[in-house]
Design a protein. Sequence first.
Length: 457
Amino acid sequence: MKKYIIILVGFITITATAQPTHFDIASYTVPKGWTAEIKDFAASYVKTNNITKSWCRVSIYKSVQSSGNALTDFNNEWNALIVKSNWGPATPPQPETETEDGWTSHSAAGTFTFEGKPAYSLLSTITGYGVELSVVVLMNSTEYMKDIEQLLHSLDLKKPAQPVVQNLPSQPVTQASVQNGFVVTNTPGNHGIITATTNFDDGWVAQPFADYVRVTKNQFTVLLHYGIEITDELRSSNQLEAVLFDRFILPRYNVSNIRKFDNGGPCYFCVHFFEADALEKSTGKRYHLGFRIITNNGISKCIEILSPSQAAFHQEFPTPEKVESLLNYNKFAVTVNDLAGDWDSSTGAYAQMYSTTTGQYAGMNASSSADAFTFNTNGTYSSNHKGAFGMVGSMKFYDQKYLGALTVSPWEIVMTKRFDGKTSTFWAQYEAVRGGRVLHLTDKEYSGSQFHLVRKN
């Protein structure tokens, strides 16, 4: 497949005669007069005109594993390569699509402002054989269009010897490093979620990555870091929030002017929140940084917010509660294909009982439950629910089995032949976690009936 990229301006194609250049799985011909900037993750080519003050940059990014869906790959890359750098609108334009020889390309153009003047961006994401590769073109003038056409029409991709296996929770994390005791990676991953981009009605867009869910809107980027178990070592520091700030933030930013939220004295439900001026080490970009730590049941979830200025941050997030609500954006739609398989969960609780009259021990009250579901792609399901409850020594037990029809839509699952033979409709969504996902089901009629399931296989 030669013509991967659709440029949205018409002109004459130029036939390349120079020797091809190779980067990763791509080979292409670079026109004369372009300066190469080669990094591990991308090969970029730059040309400027000192007289007209125009410039252009073409970047060919290293191939990564595909999500399994070409449009999802394009949406992911638009947010990662265009939106995060403010090179185009948060909502991607409807892309042009072309398929040839097992490869599918999605291409779209956007506009942005650079130094007070209009500039243009083009993204093309090419998916096939289990991988995807992206090309980004940035320019402030159309005078480079012939050179771009020459380079892009010379682009050829080498098919992998074996198709790359799609990202699954059982696969090891790649491109990772250990920083202060944490494995840190910027590798995208769909965690087994087919619809791995959620476009919310209020403009936020969420995507799962290996160590966090990235949520973007306009000039804001939020990283919802996956939960960290609070070990005795962390707890013994008596400054848990400061330790987490150092471990997540300091490896990636130079920070100054750090401010901590004032709780007004001793508190039980304290708000642990920092703000700082931050310089990103890898890019040299400056941000106003917000960092909120929320700890429940021995797990800390950290919210990292990058905004263009302190004023913009406080306008978007006027209260700590507004920051905490960002956790609700770790939410992804369900499909019948990524649902298929075995899921289960188990819970338990107990309470020691004492007489309010004598103060003597009156026994233990306990409850436990285990729920298992099997969802099939042929439109059927089965489930088994076991449990016990009551005073220890006289507990009551139950064991219920159901088998019926299954209907799956993006945010809803319908199961027939549930309790008393009735049909139950559940709100359904995935929550991305490190190495996998949690399936949350809430009965629409009886909201107290909920299941929080993890996949067994």
